[in-house]
Design a protein around this ligand. Structure first.
Ligand code: NAD
Length: 257
């Protein structure tokens, strides 16, 4: 299938590693012009070198941006120019229960998870409207559908992204701008490894990840590249009729309908 992303300008935020980087690589493989954003310039540059080496596509650039800062987002969009495809990703919020968080924690999670999407969508949609084409995909979490134990901040703000995206899908469809959200179950990234490392156990991280994978119907934890395939299709010209939807990529782990 021709995904129709060759030479399209794709902005992937929070893409110096993990799921964001895997998505950027998937677009680069298809010949897109990819810009990756994150806070740390040297990490971004390492990611770009890797993506160019692995895909042979040299049209991969970086822009430094802290997604919790409105000014950084404005600068990022000015630097990148008109975008055809926006993949909204962000770092994950800390784990914790209600009494673990004060106002600053709530404010930070709001800026990182929800406000960042509001700001990027506001910045890119005028250009998408003008060109009568746009695809936006939000990387969220399975918590957009089912609350996760000990992840109160995620459980609060991820479902808000679903509501926002549904409303946006109604407003943007007539300009051929489609918006969807994709939630990972458990994918093997640094974030997941760090979570396992923090849990006290006599077993190694590898052993525990293997056991966790055995409890997933498909039999293992997912790889970032498997997640990126779903993003690539929804955020492509080949997707012409899916908008306002949520998709969970979790190997069948969640039982909610
Ligand atoms: P990761 O920690 O491997 O990568 C996170 C990326 O976000 C890095 O590039 C980091 O530099 C960037 N980042 C963090 N804070 C930022 C900020 N303020 N501004 C700009 N960039 C910032 O994480 P991941 O596993 O790839 O997860 C990506 C997203 O998916 C997170 O929101 C995470 O909570 C969510 N998620 C992941 C999983 C999973 O299984 N990996 C499961 C559920 C949800």
């Amino acid at each position: 299938m021709d995904l129709g992303v060759k030479d399209k300008k794709v902005l992937v935020t929070a893409a110096s590693k993990g799921l964001g980087k895997a998505c950027a690589k998937a677009y680069a493989e298809e010949g897109a012009h990819v810009v990756i954003a994150s806070r740390n310039k040297s990490q971004l540059e390492r990611a770009v070198t890797e993506i160019i080496e692995q895909t042979g596509n040299a049209k991969v650039e970086v822009v430094v941006c802290d997604l919790t800062k409105s000014q950084d987002i404005q600068h990022m969009i000015q630097a990148v120019g008109p975008v055809d495809i926006l993949i909204n990703n962000a770092g994950g919020p800390p784990a914790g229960k209600f009494n673990d968080f004060d106002d600053d924690d709530w404010q930070h999670a709001f800026e990182l998870l929800l406000m960042n999407i509001i700001r990027t969508v506001r910045a890119v949609t005028p250009g998408m409207r003008e060109q009568q084409f746009g695809r936006i995909v939000n990387i969220t979490s399975s918590s957009m559908k089912q609350a996760l134990d000990g992840l109160l901040l995620s459980n609060t703000f991820r479902p808000a992204i679903v509501g926002l995206s549904k409303s946006l899908s109604q407003e943007l469809a007539s300009d051929h701008i489609l918006i969807n959200s994709v939630g990972p179950g458990t994918m093997e990234t640094d974030r997941i490894r760090d979570i396992y490392k923090q849990q006290p156990s006599d077993e190694s991280v590898e052993e525990r990840m293997q056991k966790a994978g055995a409890n997933i119907p498909i039999g293992c934890i997912g790889q970032p590249e498997e997640f990126a395939k779903a993003i690539l299709f929804l955020g492509s010209a080949a997707n012409t009729y899916i908008t306002g939807q949520t998709l969970i990529v979790d190997g069948g782990a969640m039982k909610t309908l």
